[in-house]
Design a protein around this ligand. Structure first.
Ligand SMILES: Cc1ncc(C[n+]2csc(CCOP(=O)(O)OP(=O)(O)O)c2C)c(N)n1
Ligand SMILES: [Mg+2]
Length: 371
């Protein structure tokens, strides 16, 4: 399966099956390491829990990201509070790392009052102004020109904000990807293009997506650096993202980073990858667990030992259980929220609909809109 670059050609910090590091470890405090490890564990634990909830019919839809924890956390943890995240489907772990509360995360999946968007979006479209996390765009790659616009605006304002624009390998076949890279580079906009190349776009394998030797190489056509990184190596992801960030802050414009990783699960809870993916053909190195690689490093550096990890897991578990219990029992958004958040003053025609919506005579459950 020619889905991936050879592992020896990728930037690496954590050694992999005899392949040495190609770059130095980023300088991080023990606390930063623990925060990153915690966020990676949280993604893995939520993934398992949410897929179970979906199978039990308690939530409608979920997009798993197991196996991609290093690419998600290694990059997202570089963003500062003032920066903005324009995600694709699998970066909710970045929002959580930035402090997005679990109650709101679950509330979004249930579509209830705890959801900052009041249940108006499809599940997985998390968004929060508080943590500067824009909703993912369902139409693939449309977030990229939007991210460039936000970055260009930041440049004009001169406020030092950097935009983190995430995409999958499949998004690189969309025209929006090319327009975005072109304008970002011409304008030297402070935007990082962070591509999680997980080998698949639903059932389309990478070799059918492009004839290029990977994605990073596409950057040169637009006059920006492109770097292919071992996306299962959280420290390589962190180091390269920091380099790109520093470059953006110097006013030198965008970088395209390709994090080569692997989608372990289905595309979503609606997908069955066994129908199109031959598990025997998977390049073995992409299956080396990113969590285990980081764990080995943290153990050898005496940063997180077995007992420390147990404490982190227990804390995460109780935080998840408590937030889920609250979120699952929260009310649905009230009817009037259908009409709010768009106009400062509700116009008369909407006001009339709002008034009549309150007088539902269809006999449906309270709160259901009379369609
Ligand atoms: C414009 C558009 N075409 C098709 C789809 C259906 N679709 C949803 S996700 C997806 C694949 C995305 O693959 P990739 O960009 O590699 O991200 P991944 O799901 O692997 O994280 C497709 C084709 C869509 N949402 N938008
Ligand atoms: Mg993909």
């Amino acid at each position: 399966m020619a889905t991936h670059k050879k592992p020896e050609n990728l930037v690496r910090v954590l050694p992999l099956e005899g392949l040495p590091a190609t770059t130095a470890a980023p300088k991080l405090s023990a606390e930063q390491h623990r925060d990153m490890f915690r966020s990676m564990l949280r993604i893995r634990m939520l993934d398992e829990k949410m897929m179970l909830l979906q199978r039990q019919g308690r939530i409608a839809f979920f997009g798993p990201s197991a196996g991609q924890e290093a690419a998600i956390v290694g990059s997202g943890s570089v963003a500062r509070a003032e920066d903005w995240i324009f995600p694709a489907l699998r970066e909710a772990g970045v929002a959580l790392h930035r402090g997005f509360p679990l109650e709101q995360y679950f509330g979004q999946l249930f579509g209830n009052v705890l959801d900052p968007q009041k249940g108006r979006q499809q599940p997985m479209h998390f968004s929060s102004g508080a943590v500067h996390y824009v909703s993912l765009s369902s139409p693939i790659a449309t977030q990229l020109p939007q991210a460039v616009g936000a970055a260009y605006a930041a440049k004009l304002r001169g406020d030092g904000t950097v935009i983190f624009a995430y995409l999958g390998d499949g998004a690189t076949s969309e025209h929006d990807f090319h327009s975005a890279l072109n304008f970002a580079s011409v304008w030297k906009a402070p935007v990082l293009f962070l591509c999680q190349n997980n080998g698949w776009a639903i059932s389309v394998p990478f070799e059918k997506q492009t004839a290029s030797d990977g994605i990073a190489i596409k950057a040169s056509a637009y006059g920006m650096p492109g770097i292919a990184v071992d996306g299962n190596d959280v420290l390589a992801v962190r180091a390269t993202t920091q380099m790109a960030m520093d470059r953006a802050l110097r006013g030198e414009g965008p970088v395209l980073l390709e994090f080569v990783t692997w989608r372990r699960g289905g595309h979503s809870s609606s997908d069955d990858p066994t129908r199109y993916r031959d598990e025997d053909q998977i390049p073995p190195w992409v299956l080396v667990d990113p969590l285990q690689r980081y764990r080995d490093y943290l153990r050898s550096a005496n940063i997180v030992n077995v007992a420390d990890e147990q404490i982190i897991v227990t804390e995460l578990q109780s935080a998840m259980d408590a937030a889920l219990a609250i979120a699952e029992n929260a009310d649905r958004p009230s009817m009037d929220t259908l009409f709010t958040d768009v106009y400062a003053a509700v116009p008369p025609h909407l006001q009339r609909q709002m008034d009549s919506a309150g007088q539902d005579t269809t006999g449906r459950a309270e709160g259901a809109f009379p369609l």
